[in-house]
Design a protein around this ligand. Structure first.
Ligand SMILES: Nc1nc2c(ncn2[C@@H]2O[C@H](COP(=O)(O)OP(=O)(O)OP(=O)(O)O)[C@@H](O)[C@H]2O)c(=O)[nH]1
Ligand SMILES: [Mg+2]
Length: 357
């Protein structure tokens, strides 16, 4: 799964203005009629609810809108360049670094067969300085669409340069270049719900029960090496669930697979913390505390999330054992929900609890 990407975004260049004169039967020396160049296409970024990853950006690194067409005679403007819309998943943070400069030279356009001395002056036009500092945009709302790179304006045709002094203007403007940025995309919000817990606790199995995802499940530790995502349907809501690699004591210092992948959960509202049944109540609670401490050391945001503590794999133990573990947790002021992915026990209650939208 790709959650970081670097791309180049380039808007289209404006078309050049035309140098042209009316040529009709009884008007041997008609006035100027060179049309304007078309505006270059712009580049937008939009959130797309059907995307969960930045995988598409691993292969394509350049995103360019098309250029505007040049103007022609008879005051005909060139066609506008086509806009380009880049679609990103919800929760993408885009860091923009401008690559184009604020100053653009607009030159004369030569007319075929015209001696150089007869061409007009060089015009230098300065467009407003493009913000040179980095800019950060958080695509955290569905349907959000932003103009990122503006297409260059088309150059004016020679029809605009006629004056009493200059009845046959031999100049027209060049189109301006489009804005260009380097954009770093990084995906933060991947999930509404995160599944955390010790390796082998049954997280990936639970993801496959709650969602459409079919992650690898195996009876050994660290089966999951990268977060898996799934979409859970609960009534009208679609909730993205992330199944994380197992956590162990010292994960916050990099032990095991570490906790860096938890950045994906920063804005999720709910954490489902799986504690596997099968141990003594004390042992289960100790494991719960260990993982909780690792989570807390990740940072303040995790602390504010709703935590649903789940006792998993209860089909492997007796009902008495479940009751005993539950009682022990209650004494420590932790409410647990016993579930089994194998028998589906407690799954409905879990879905209801996790659905916070
Ligand atoms: N009996 C029973 N076994 C389960 C249940 N849930 C998971 N398992 C088994 O437990 C083992 C580990 O399951 P996983 O879902 O891979 O565990 P995980 O937490 O994703 O493990 P890591 O990815 O290594 O962190 C597998 O053999 C599963 O078949 C359950 O409800 N009942
Ligand atoms: Mg797993």
């Amino acid at each position: 799964m790709v959650d970081q990407a670097k791309i180049i975004i380039r808007a289209g260049r404006g078309g050049n203005g035309a140098v042209s004169f009316r040529r009709e039967k009884f008007i041997p020396k008609g006035g100027p009629d060179g049309g304007d160049g078309g505006k270059g296409g712009s580049v937008y970024i939009e959130t797309d609810p059907n995307r969960n990853t930045l995988d598409d950006f691993a292969h394509q690194q350049k995103f360019e809108a098309t250029d505007g067409d040049k103007g022609t005679g008879k005051k005909m403007s060139g066609a506008k360049g086509e806009d380009l819309i880049i679609k990103v998943p919800l929760g993408t943070i885009v860091t923009l670094k401008p690559l184009s400069q604020g100053k653009i030279e607009v030159e004369n356009i030569a007319v075929k067969g015209m001696p150089r001395e007869q061409m007009g002056r060089l015009i230098t036009k300065v467009i407003p300085e493009i913000e040179s500092k980095e800019q950060l945009i958080d695509f955290d709302k569905p349907g959000m669409k932003m103009l990122i790179a503006k297409g260059g304006t088309g150059g004016r045709g020679n029809v605009h340069f006629m004056s009493a002094r200059e009845t046959t203007p031999l100049r027209a403007e060049q189109g301006q270049v489009g804005q260009c940025f380097q954009a770093e995309l990084s995906l933060k919000l991947l999930a509404d719900i995160g599944l955390v817990g010790l390796p082998n606790a049954g997280k990936s199995t639970l993801l496959s029960v709650l969602s459409n995802a079919r992650p690898k499940v195996a009876d050994y530790e660290f089966t999951t090496l990268e977060p898996n995502l799934g979409v859970m349907k609960s009534g009208e809501n679609r909730l993205v669930i992330a199944d994380f690699p197992g956590l162990i004591e010292g994960a916050s210092e990099g032990k095991g697979l570490g906790i860096k992948f938890l950045k994906h959960i920063e804005r999720a509202k709910v954490l489902i913390h799986l504690v596997p049944a099968g141990e003594s109540a004390e042992g289960a609670f100790e494991k719960y505390r260990t993982i909780k401490n690792e989570l807390l050391s990740y940072g303040g945001e995790i602390e504010t999330k709703k935590e649903i503590v789940v006792l998993s794999k209860i089909d492997l133990v007796s009902e008495e054992k479940v009751a005993e573990i539950r009682k022990y947790f209650m004494e420590k002021k932790v409410d647990i929900l016993p579930i089994s992915s194998a028998t589906q026990k407690g799954i409905k209650e879990l879905v209801a609890k996790a659905n916070t939208r």
